[in-house]
Design a protein around this ligand. Structure first.
Ligand SMILES: Cc1cc2nc3c(=O)[nH]c(=O)nc-3n(C[C@H](O)[C@H](O)[C@H](O)COP(=O)(O)OP(=O)(O)OC[C@H]3O[C@@H](n4cnc5c(N)ncnc54)[C@H](O)[C@@H]3O)c2cc1C
Length: 473
């Protein structure tokens, strides 16, 4: 009897437990439903929608190469699953489980509806190495400190066999009606498809290139935004186009195979453990996408400066590294991790805008928008999360730009500064006017004056933090 495989954030054929289980049962009905209700309060933003469209097209090609097809529908998932089951005689549905609270609640309702109609519903966990809730402290509590979590993670990791992509996928004789594949939307980041190749083949090509060229240097180059030193696999991981398990084991094998690559490979594996930490935290603290994990931060005296938030969003703050990052995000749907930390620190500490406003903007604009990682990242920078950077560590955007050698990165994304010499590019307001003029820059006309004085903003942030601490006693 055929089984339906519901493709959500598991858009791949290799190491996909839902697909493997269905293939083992017989003919398969691959189904993707564009259902905005499935995401609750966190509907995909413009970049993620565009990525999903391209990724579904890639998935459909992969299925066709194996003798199958993809059914695409728009609307309520339960109705489409039931109608497809009626049309094909399918008796079971295999799908990916979710950790995100809204999605998990939605999946629970969906599973109940389908089971009430007589379908067998099986949820699989395709995107994590350990199930949330399985790694706890001795007294059964979730870990809030990364190093302790990672030790527990490593103790419990067993080399599980990955599931190969099926060579052929049997389908029922009649294909249910399908809509055309979704088109990339007009609001997609303009350079996203020039920078990334959504889909499983694109993910594997990116991973192959990273393991061949960049893994050995990863630990030394991962903080340099001007070089291609990180894997850029995050959107592929967010859509489940490649399994974290595959990448983790590949990293450990790379470390074993070549001592010169070991530091880089282990540092990369460690980032995947941060990702797991983020998911486990979201599962144990489901309110953290909107509420600080450390409750005293609910009283933090944030300001709500709409003009400052707009300047930040538009990459018009007058701080070159911040503006470069925000423009990279708008253009490609991705931003380098070091720069994410700098722009997030700038928003929450220099501008005192609540981190939730930044997290929402990232959600809207990131192709890799991932509720667990985004929440962890923002709460980490804002100082209110698990194992977070202390609030009083305020990044100096010009200092970070210098320290991490970001001149070429700034020139690329802030072209109006492209002729400013290295000496001044991190902080053009410090340059003599004549040197800026020679580079074609007039502050306040061709590029903004800094919207805040960093030293004064830092002092204001520390005052606010002191007020919070004093209030807490
Ligand atoms: C404010 C802020 C917001 C963020 N929002 C997101 C988000 O929405 N989605 C997202 O995937 N990542 C997010 N991150 C984490 C990190 O910036 C990205 O995962 C990373 O930049 C992706 O690039 P990469 O694939 O080249 O990473 P690599 O350095 O190659 O790392 C490999 C993988 O490890 C994981 N990873 C790396 N760094 C982290 C981290 N700090 N926390 C959790 N997982 C990590 C990612 O899945 C990444 O693809 C955020 C970080 C910050 C500071």
């Amino acid at each position: 009897m055929p089984s339906i495989v519901l493709f959500t954030n598991n858009l791949r054929l290799a190491d996909n437990p839902a697909l493997a289980a269905a293939v083992a049962e017989g003919p398969v009905v691959p189904l993707a439903v564009l259902d905005e209700e499935a995401h609750g309060d966190w509907r995909p933003g413009s970049a993620a929608r565009a990525w999903r469209a391209a990724s579904l097209a890639a998935l459909a090609r992969g299925l066709e190469a194996r003798g199958a097809w993809l059914v695409v529908r728009t609307g309520a998932t339960s109705e489409h699953v039931l109608s497809v089951a009626r049309e094909t005689g399918a008796a079971s549905v295999h799908m990916a489980a979710a950790v995100e609270p809204d999605r998990a609640a939605w999946l629970h309702r969906l599973a109940q509806t389908l089971a009430a109609e007589g379908l067998r519903v099986v949820q699989h966990s395709p995107n994590l190495l350990h199930e949330p809730g399985t790694l706890t402290t001795a007294d059964g509590r979730p870990y809030l400190v990364f190093t302790a979590f990672s030790r527990a993670f490593e103790r419990r990791v067993a080399l599980e066999a990955q599931l190969p992509a099926p060579n052929r996928i049997l389908v029922p004789p009649k294909r249910p009606a399908s809509e055309p594949l979704p088109e990339p939307t007009a609001d997609a980041p303009p350079l996203m498809l020039a920078s990334f190749a959504p889909g499983e083949d694109g993910a594997r090509a990116r991973a192959d290139a990273f393991f061949a060229e960049a893994i050995a240097e990863y630990d030394r180059r991962r903080d340099l935004p001007a070089v291609d030193g990180t894997s850029r696999l995050s959107p592929h991981l967010a859509f489940g186009e490649i399994s974290a398990r595959e990448l983790y084991w590949r990293a450990l094998r790379a470390a074993e195979a070549d001592p010169a690559a070991a530091c880089g490979a282990l540092a990369f594996a460690r980032q995947l453990v941060w990702r797991e930490f983020a998911y486990h935290l979201l599962a144990s603290h489901p309110r953290t996408p909107t509420e600080p994990l450390r409750p005293e931060f609910a009283r933090f005296p944030w300001t709500y400066d709409a003009a400052a938030l707009d300047a930040w969003r538009a990459g018009q703050t007058g701080f070159p590294l911040v503006d470069a990052g925000m423009r990279e995000l708008a253009a490609t749907g991705w931003m380098h991790n070091r720069v994410r930390m700098v722009v997030a620190s700038f928003l929450t500490k220099d501008l005192l805008v609540p981190w939730q406003g930044g997290a929402r903007w990232f959600w809207e604009r990131l192709a890799d928008a991932d509720l667990a990682n985004n929440t962890l990242g923002w709460q980490w920078v804002a100082g209110c999360g698990a194992d977070a950077q202390p609030f009083f560590r305020v990044f100096n955007p010009a200092g970070q730009s210098r320290r991490f050698d970001a001149a070429a990165y700034v020139r690329r994304w802030v072209p109006e500064l492209s002729r400013v010499p290295d000496r001044w590019i991190h902080a053009p307001w410090q340059a003599p006017e004549a040197e800026l003029a020679a580079a074609g820059v007039r502050l306040g006309e061709t590029y903004p004056h800094p919207i805040v004085d960093h030293a004064a903003a830092r002092a204001r942030a520390l005052d606010a933090y002191r007020a919070l601490r004093a209030g807490g006693r």
